[in-house]
Design a protein around this ligand. Structure first.
Ligand SMILES: *[C@@H]1O[C@H](CO)[C@@H](O)[C@H](O)[C@H]1NC(C)=O
Ligand SMILES: *[C@@H]1O[C@H](CO)[C@@H](O)[C@H](O)[C@H]1NC(C)=O
Ligand SMILES: *[C@@H]1O[C@H](CO)[C@@H](O)[C@H](O)[C@H]1NC(C)=O
Ligand SMILES: *[C@@H]1O[C@H](CO)[C@@H](O)[C@H](O)[C@H]1NC(C)=O
Ligand SMILES: *[C@@H]1O[C@H](CO)[C@@H](O)[C@H](O)[C@H]1NC(C)=O
Ligand SMILES: *[C@@H]1O[C@H](CO)[C@@H](O)[C@H](O)[C@H]1NC(C)=O
Length: 411
């Protein structure tokens, strides 16, 4: 009988720890929000086109990242009207970003707007691409229960509330509206923020060597194609590229392309985001369904990229202009798919998926366990030994917390 409060208390402690751990891992994987607009919209096939373009323009990431947001969704018929205007992807992104409001409007709140009309800033406004008030959306509660929507620079309201699709109060609301919002400013032709010529820019900023490799490669097109939706490039310093050249020349054309693409991530990742990432990050390099990835780690202010073959450190930022950011790194990133990590006894050509390797690695003393395996656990071990990096501090914090709670309980 005496034990039961203690049991309850320890259950509480376990729950507390679990929720802490899960919130930490959530923050690491999403960098914030817990909603996923892609899977919310996927439940209704009427929004499949809208959903597709939210992902293609990377606006979906932006929606997921934010905590107070309203998405004005348009059904497939509405989207086909919009697509018939044949906007390029940059312009389409501007138009769609007008449909994402930086405030929460549930169905109920639509009818509680003071003075029945308001202007709400959209993500188009937040990008800075909008001139004057053209990034604002006018919401007006028209008499008779109708609610109208219109871009502020549009002449009047051209779209109406249809229904509520999904709501998490004060976090995310998805409302269906009758037509895509029309805005001369958002629809203005734009070649996008890609005005920055990547190769010219890199060459000028001390990444001449990498720019030279990129210029004749198909990889450059892939980079340029990704600019609109967000692109992060890690360019190795000229010294790093020079000493790598002999190895590079040995690669086949597709391998060269993969290696270059391995230095790009199809998302805009600020240094702050990278610092809090701590985990695997997919790159633009793929091999069938297999996406080449590397591990992002931070130690104090430093951010390291670890490929299982090398660990490279970010040494500078060449440009950070949403949606493009280019960092300078001190070593060429060598994907383990193309380069072996140190001498390994394993058979040469074995494109085994990583899962199997992990198993081998966890079965302890295999000779290649030092380099091939799951680098997270390796790093974890290393960090535990040193007790000096960020991840380890997190675990120490939890241990401390547990100790405190235990002490409290004992008292
Ligand atoms: C969101 O959901 C889609 C589809 O269900 C999935 O492919 C994607 O990885 C999810 N994104 C995140 C950040 O979890
Ligand atoms: C509502 O209208 C009144 C009278 O025109 C005005 O004084 C007030 O500031 C308005 N409120 C808001 C929130 O716009
Ligand atoms: C919104 O648009 C309506 C119709 O054009 C207009 O009467 C109203 O004043 C606008 N609201 C705001 C806040 O500008
Ligand atoms: C960047 O500049 C190079 C060299 O002038 C040129 O060949 C390339 O087409 C330019 N790329 C873009 C996207 O304008
Ligand atoms: C390039 O390939 C050749 C033949 O496979 C090999 O002998 C040589 O060591 C390689 N060079 C480098 C720098 O990897
Ligand atoms: C641990 O410390 C050793 C020796 O100081 C160092 O070489 C190694 O990089 C450190 N590892 C980590 C993960 O901090």
């Amino acid at each position: 009988m005496e034990k039961s409060p203690l049991v309850t208390a320890s259950t509480l402690v376990v729950c507390l720890i679990l929720s802490l751990l899960s919130s930490i891992s959530n923050a690491a994987t999403h960098g914030g929000g817990t909603h996923n607009i892609t899977s919310i919209l996927a439940k209704n096939p009427d929004f499949s086109t809208f959903n597709h373009y939210l992902s293609a323009t990377h606006l979906a990431d932006e929606v997921n990242r934010r905590r107070t947001i309203t998405v004005l969704a348009v059904d497939n018929a509405g989207m086909s009207d919009l697509l018939s205007k044949h906007f390029n992807i940059y312009t389409l992104k501007n138009v769609l970003s007008l449909h994402i409001l930086a405030d929460y409007f549930g169905a109920k709140k639509l009818h509680q707007i003071s003075n029945r009309t308001t202007l709400v800033s959209s993500l188009f406004q937040a990008t800075g691409a909008a001139a004057g008030t053209s990034g604002y959306v006018n919401i007006t509660d028209i008499r008779g229960g109708k609610v109208g929507f219109g871009a502020e620079d549009n002449d009047g309201l051209n779209s109406y509330y249809v229904k509520s699709v999904f709501e998490i109060p004060y976090v995310i609301s998805v409302l269906q509206i009758s037509h895509p919002l029309s805005s001369p400013d958002a629809e203005a032709p734009t070649s996008g923020p890609g005005l920055v010529n990547l190769t010219i820019f890199m060459a000028k900023q001390g990444c001449q060597g990498f720019a030279d490799l990129l210029r004749p490669s198909k990889a450059l097109e892939v980079f340029e194609h990704n600019v609109a939706g967000g692109l992060t490039v890690f360019c190795p310093t000229d010294d790093a590229v020079t000493s790598f050249l002999p190895k590079y020349k040995n690669l086949t054309e597709p391998q060269k392309e993969s290696l270059l693409l391995y230095h790009g991530v199809p998302e805009y990742e600020t240094l702050q985001m990278l610092r809090s990432h701590n985990g695997l990050m997919n790159t633009l390099a793929t091999e069938g369904a297999n996406k080449f990835d590397f591990n992002v780690k931070s130690k104090g202010e430093d951010v390291m990229l670890s490929t299982k073959v090398v660990t490279s450190t970010i040494v500078g930022t060449l440009i950070d202009q949403d949606p493009v950011v280019v960092y300078k790194i001190d070593k060429v990133l060598l994907p383990h798919e193309l380069f072996k990590a140190a001498p390994v006894l394993a058979p040469a050509e074995s494109p085994e998926p990583a899962k199997k390797k992990k198993k081998a690695a966890s079965s302890a003393n295999s000779p290649d366990s030092a380099d091939s395996p799951d680098s997270v656990s390796d790093d974890q071990k290393a960090a535990d030994d040193n007790g000096s990096n960020g991840l380890n501090n997190g675990f120490r914090f939890i241990t401390l917390l547990v100790t405190l709670v235990m002490a409290f309980l004992v008292l």
